[in-house]
Design a protein around this ligand. Structure first.
Ligand code: FE2
Length: 314
């Protein structure tokens, strides 16, 4: 790959798409050695336990948010992939670029190529993670705090991206996302699909959408491997402060916030109070305790076996 670029078709037209919000591009990740089957198996085995997650997801009922967490410690990478291929599971390896030098280098290359086309772009807090998910699985309707880019490596999935406005997402729902009280789930109605941008991702395609954009994902009928890139731009950090503070005002002090401005003195006051509340640990009571209820079992039809419910303490 030396001398080649990660993006295959990054043009001025795509840069304009990015500025408007949603951009679809083509990339070389599936052809790179670091994404070969053997490399992915090694990655699963070498990734830190505290950054490795597996979830059992609902397979139907669009909009359903119920899922539970399991344990994949000590399972061979090949067995993890086979369990996901045959089951209804969702594996996440978080912060690849923190744990592995080759992913730190990949992050740098990606951002350099994006800046070459979008000179005003400022990216910070970039996190790369790997998502391995079962055939036909759904990721239900939700919104994330950072901006997202989804890089498809194996299999396909249909991505629905919705406008960041009412009725797709209310101010209060967005606050819930920032507060971490809802696991990023927000109310969904099937008629929202009329306003969605729909992207059919195949290996070698990526899509990025506006910050806080509600989205849901339906896998094709095959194993899916994707890299998720989460990143902040300056406006994302302002929004974090504003929505986080508004959420505290509404929930803790019973007040109805009226401004979501991301400029001006009120925004700065809210940003500072958000940091103060975070330091004071006020948000802790809104967070969920995490439990493990199964472990990966490649011999099982579902890909997992039940275990007694235990608090995740790693
Ligand atoms: Fe997401």
């Amino acid at each position: 790959m030396t001398g080649n670029t990660i993006f295959k078709d990054f043009s001025a037209r795509l840069a304009d798409d990015f500025r408007r919000g949603t951009m679809v591009a083509h990339h070389a990740l599936p052809e790179m050695e670091m994404f070969s089957d053997a490399a992915l198996e090694r990655l699963i085995e070498s990734h830190p336990d505290e950054l490795s997650m597996v979830y059992a997801m609902p397979t139907d009922a669009v909009g359903e948010t119920g899922f539970r967490e399991g344990d994949l410690r000590g399972v061979r990478g090949r067995d993890v992939i086979e369990a996901v291929r045959n089951g209804q599971l969702w594996v996440q390896l978080l912060r690849l670029n923190k744990a592995h030098p080759e992913f730190a280098a990949l992050e740098k290359r990606i951002i350099r190529e994006m800046k070459a086309q979008i000179p005003e772009l400022r990216i910070f807090g970039c996190r790369l993670s790997l998502l391995i998910s079962s055939p036909s699985i759904h990721v239900s309707y939700h919104a994330d705090i950072p901006r997202n880019a989804l890089w498809q490596i194996r299999g396909g999935k249909r991505v629905y991206v919705y406008p960041v406005e009412s009725p797709y997402i209310s101010e209060e729902a967005l606050e819930g996302v920032y507060l971490g009280e809802t696991q990023e789930a927000i109310p969904y109605r099937p008629e929202f699909d009329d306003g969605a941008t729909v992207v059919d991702l195949r290996p070698g395609m990526m899509v990025t959408w506006p910050i806080n954009g509600p989205h849901r994902i339906v896998n094709d009928d095959e194993l899916s491997v994707s890299m998720v890139m989460e990143y902040f731009q300056p406006v994302a950090w302002y929004r974090y402060g504003v929505y986080y503070s508004n959420a505290i005002l509404r929930r803790r002090f019973g007040r109805t916030p009226h401004s979501t401005a991301t400029r001006g003195p009120l925004m700065w006051a809210k940003l500072l109070s958000a940091v103060a509340f975070k330091l004071a640990g006020v948000q802790k009571r809104y967070r969920h305790t995490r439990y493990l209820t199964f472990r990966i079992d490649p011999g099982s039809q579902t890909g997992y076996a039940e275990i007694p419910r235990t608090v995740r303490d790693f």
